[in-house]
Design a protein around this ligand. Structure first.
Ligand code: ADP
Ligand code: MG
Ligand code: MG
Length: 890
């Protein structure tokens, strides 16, 4: 065995499935299939180390590689009885990329390599079919020109269209050998015209240039974008697989197809796939011809009138069924397979864990545990917490009327409404402005990835369930309808027409990725619920995780939703959010604008009963669970009146003169409100505000206690920097508690704690924990104050930071483990040292981000608090973190 090259084929291989780091996923699984004795065309893999060496050494190959490739190639020649570059019986190969993680359509592949003006004749003579040989040659020229020579495919497409017109035919398949030969001649002229030199005839030069192009494609824009979106490190590199060609385009007894061992949309245990007779692999994926169903069941279910593979090639179909079952039980996971039939003989070209929707992932996990293929922990380990997001979003209201324009394939579930855009760049630009857009394309290609990511949904006119659009959309969790063939897109005019109606860019449409429908206008949606497979998996995660999961909620609606999603308490109730209500905002403004304590108290007296009612309602919903209430925190300008009408309204309520209030509002103006008079600073200068809030909380708690519903109360002081601030405010809260207890003759337990959201508080945690009974990390503000980046203004430059690799990810989305994380660790350590039973949680947006949840688990917090819809994500992420920790300990 050599250093750089690993061979496979004919019942044995140098590699194995668990060598994907070195061989890439494709190479490792080709080796595994060969080891399993499955029919795999022989070939060899150039390792990811070659890629790194090649890119690292400014595109020079490592020593010894050439000799190893020559040796491996001659082994393939021997195995298939053909010779590379020989006119008689030529060996053709594919040059296929394949990294560690599957990147569908990201990297480039060249088929039929080894053809030139001589070998094409040999292929025709050997295969007995000239049409097939010339068709293969023109395909090779197109792919090679695109991937290796960098020539746009449009020039080639035009030549083919011209020949079809000239010969009066519609389909590619109607062109005969002589036609394709003429096409090839025109291709050669076209290449020479564009590049000033002929199409390369030396097959070894073809091979090495193709290898270089695949390695080079690791650094192309779309691959770089995909890696950034999926957080794949650059140094993983890609492998290159060189494999003897098998031909699905040899006529009516040949075919090519792709299949999933279970349904990738629903997870149902049904073999699911598409095939094309007399075609090469790319045809199925690229959406050039619409493929047919493999199984009869799928054909019948979809009312298709084209024959299923099961009918056309029953024997090969039987063999395929046997193989897919073998693969699934061997890998103990749903597989996505590629195969080709050459003259009635089945060949396997790829297998990998199939991409699936979140819904399918849950269904397959539950089914495989029931089938005894895997256990609960393995099932949980395989689930991606972030993907659950797909299931937690609204779906179309089945009762709402639908103005259906067209029906295509239900390529990726979910529903989305948005403005029509026809180009990926427009999708990106408009969504950056906060607009919801639907990307409408004839078909998508890897160049569209960034636009697909930005769009709320994707609609294509061509392509099947395994088309590029469908696979990528499912992977990203974007709803997608593909192959809506009645829609005619006119890119030049900037519109599409369907059923006699015209829709322009900017018009709103809705797509339903479950039914495959396209509708005019916006269709109302309904909320999701957790049941079935989702519920079962969530119970598993609860058995595994150590971190508790609470929610950030203040409205009854959110609190209800969060309990449904399994929240174990409220980690952050933002009392100021209770003040935005139309009937309350006037009283709040009155309080803020009062220039003396008596005026403030008058306004607060109006607010007290409202706050008390809010808390009673919240306590009822969260009965028995802990509820953390944060006292008033925000910069006051958020509440200041803006218009004259608003000022007059407040003046009338307060019995004050509008011009006085206007002057007072001007006084309160702050240059930098985020670092201004907010948080505990408000509580220090206006004691009556927190006193009112504390009173409302305790009165509500006592009221609950009277009806026998205990509340686990936690009162939280925001934006503390020093222990002295905290002590002053805690004393006041305690005093209000005692007063309420004395008035009511009842008591309730409670904790008083603080947010840790300023670096100073994190550093002085040991001191603050002397009196604070719990900490909750406010990681939004802690990130802002640690990095000195304004949350509200970061949008202006964050993109530059991401594209230049200064940040891997927005630190407000996923916690900056090295910096902000270190402060969290310091505070945990110092806080616990002072008070070993200190309760520790986090209530920033990071509480719903899987990578951050992992960090908080490792940092030893007691709980995370996430927005209601992210509670299930946090539950799964916490379980995954616990599993990984066990594995590392073992
Ligand atoms: P991707 O990663 O984009 O799927 P692949 O390397 O799998 O790219 O190849 C693209 C298409 O070419 C697939 O349909 C594959 O099955 C087909 N293909 C690759 N190698 C061969 C081969 N040696 N013989 C026949 N078809 C092949
Ligand atoms: Mg493939
Ligand atoms: Mg804060």
């Amino acid at each position: 065995m050599s250093n750089w090259v690993y061979g496979f084929g004919a019942g044995q291989a140098d590699g194995r499935a668990d060598m994907r780091e070195l061989l890439g996923g494709k190479g490792a699984n080709l080796a595994e299939m060969a080891n399993l004795g499955l029919p795999v065309p022989p070939g060899f893999t150039l390792t990811t180390e070659v890629c790194n060496a090649y890119i690292g050494r400014d595109r020079a190959y490592p020593e010894g590689l050439e000799a190893e490739v020559a040796k491996a190639l001659s082994a393939v020649e021997k195995s298939v009885g053909r010779k590379f570059g020989e006119a008689e019986n030529p060996l053709l190969v594919s040059v296929r990329s394949g990294g560690r993680a599957s990147m569908p359509g990201m990297m480039d592949t060249v088929l039929n390599l080894g053809l030139n003006d001589q070998t094409v004749e040999g292929l025709a003579a050997g295969g007995g079919d000239a049409r097939f040989a010339w068709d293969s040659y023109r395909r090779f020229m197109m792919m090679y020109s695109d991937v290796v020579l960098g020539l746009d495919h449009i020039g080639f497409d035009d030549i083919i269209e011209h020949h079809k017109l000239e010969n009066g035919v519609v389909l590619d398949t109607d062109l005969d050998a002589a036609n394709w030969k003429a096409v090839v001649a025109d291709f050669e002229a076209h290449v020479e015209g564009e590049l000033g030199e002929p199409f390369p005839q030396d097959v070894h030069a073809q091979l090495w240039d193709a290898i270089g192009a695949v390695f080079g494609s690791w650094m192309n824009r779309r691959a770089v974008t995909y890696r950034r979106l999926n957080q794949i490190p650059e140094d993983w590199g890609t492998a290159v697989n060189i494999q003897a060609m098998v031909f699905g385009n040899m006529g009516e007894t040949s075919a090519t197809g792709v299949a999933f061992t279970r349904d990738p949309s629903t997870g149902a245990k049904e073999f699911f796939g598409e095939y094309l007779v007399n075609a090469q692999g790319e045809d199925v994926v690229a959406g050039i011809r619409t493929p047919h169903h493999i199984t009869l069941a799928a054909k019948n279910r979809n009312g298709s009138d084209t024959p299923a593979m099961e009918e056309v090639m029953p024997e090969v179909y039987g063999e395929l069924v046997e193989i897919y079952r073998k693969l699934e039980s061997h890998y103990r996971d749903m597989q996505d397979i590629e195969f080709t039939v050459e003259n009635g003989k089945l060949w396997m070209l790829q297998t990998r864990a199939g991409k699936r929707t979140a819904k399918a992932a849950l269904h397959i996990a539950v089914a495989m545990v029931e089938e005894g293929l895997i256990d609960e922990t393995e099932a949980v380990r395989r689930l991606d917490p972030a993907s659950l997001d797909q299931l937690l979003h609204p779906t179309l209201d089945p009762e709402a009327p639908r103005d259906v324009l067209a029906t295509g394939l239900p390529a990726s579930p979910g529903a989305a409404s948005g403005k029509i855009v026809f180009h990926a760049d427009d999708a990106e630009a408009r969504s950056a402005k906060g607009e919801s857009v639907i990307l409408v394309r004839i078909e998508t290609s890897p160049e569209d990835i960034h636009g697909m990511h930005a769009a709320a949904g994707i609609l294509t006119c061509r392509g099947g369930m395994t088309s590029h659009a469908a696979v990528v959309a499912r992977g990203m969790g974007r709803p997608c309808v593909s192959g809506a063939g009645t829609i005619r897109v006119d890119l030049k005019a900037g519109h599409f027409t369907v059923a006699g109606r015209t829709f322009r860019a900017g018009d709103v449409i809705t797509i339903d990725g479950v039914k495959g429908q396209v509708m005019a206008g916006e269709v109302p949606t309904i909320q999701p619920e957790l049941s079935g497979d989702f519920g079962i998996v969530m119970v598993w995660t609860d058995r595994i995780r150590r971190l508790k999961v609470r929610t950030n909620a203040e409205t009854p609606l959110d609190a209800h939703a969060a309990r449904e999603f399994g929240a174990e308490g409220i980690g952050l109730c933002r009392t100021e959010h209770m003040f935005f209500d139309a009937e309350r905002i006037v009283a709040v403004r009155e309080m803020i604008l009062a220039d003396h304590e008596a005026g403030r108290r008058a306004a607060l007296a109006k607010l007290l009963p409202m706050q008390r009612r809010d808390f009673v309602e919240l306590f009822k919903i969260m009965r028995g669970l802990p509820v953390t209430i944060r006292l008033l925190d925000p910069p006051l300008h958020e509440f200041l009146p803006h218009s004259d009408a608003e000022i007059e309204e407040v003046a009338a309520a307060a019995g004050a003169r509008p011009e006085d209030l206007r002057a007072r509002a001007a006084d309160l103006f702050e240059v930098n409100p985020m670092l201004g008079h907010r948080g505990c600073r408000l509580g220090i200068s206006h004691p009556e505000i927190y006193e009112m809030q504390a009173r409302a909380i305790f009165e509500a708690a006592i009221e609950m206690g009277r009806s026998g519903e205990a509340v686990l109360l936690e009162i939280m002081i925001p934006l503390v920097a020093t222990r002295r601030e905290f002590d002053i405010l805690k004393d006041r809260v305690d005093a209000v508690a005692e007063a309420v207890f004395a008035e009511t003759g009842a008591r309730t337990g409670y904790l008083v704690g603080t947010m840790i959201e300023l670096p100073r508080a994190a550093l002085r945690a040991g001191d603050i924990a002397e009196t604070a009974e719990f900490f909750s990390f406010g990681t939004n503000d802690l990130t802002q104050t640690t990095m000195g980046i304004s949350r509200d203004d970061s949008g202006n430059f964050l993109d530059d930071y991401l594209t230049n690799g200064i940040f891997d990810i927005d630190p407000f989305v996923s916690i900056d483990v090295e910096g902000v994380g270190e402060l969290v660790k310091i505070a945990v350590e110092r806080g616990r040292k002072t008070r070993p039973d200190l309760k520790l949680g986090i209530c920033g947006e990071h509480g719903g981000d899987p990578a951050s949840v992992r960090f908080f688990h490792e940092a030893g917090l007691d709980y995370v608090s996430a927005s209601p819809y992210r509670v299930p994500i946090a539950r799964l992420a916490a379980a995954r973190a616990a599993l990984d920790e066990r594995e590392n300990d073992a």
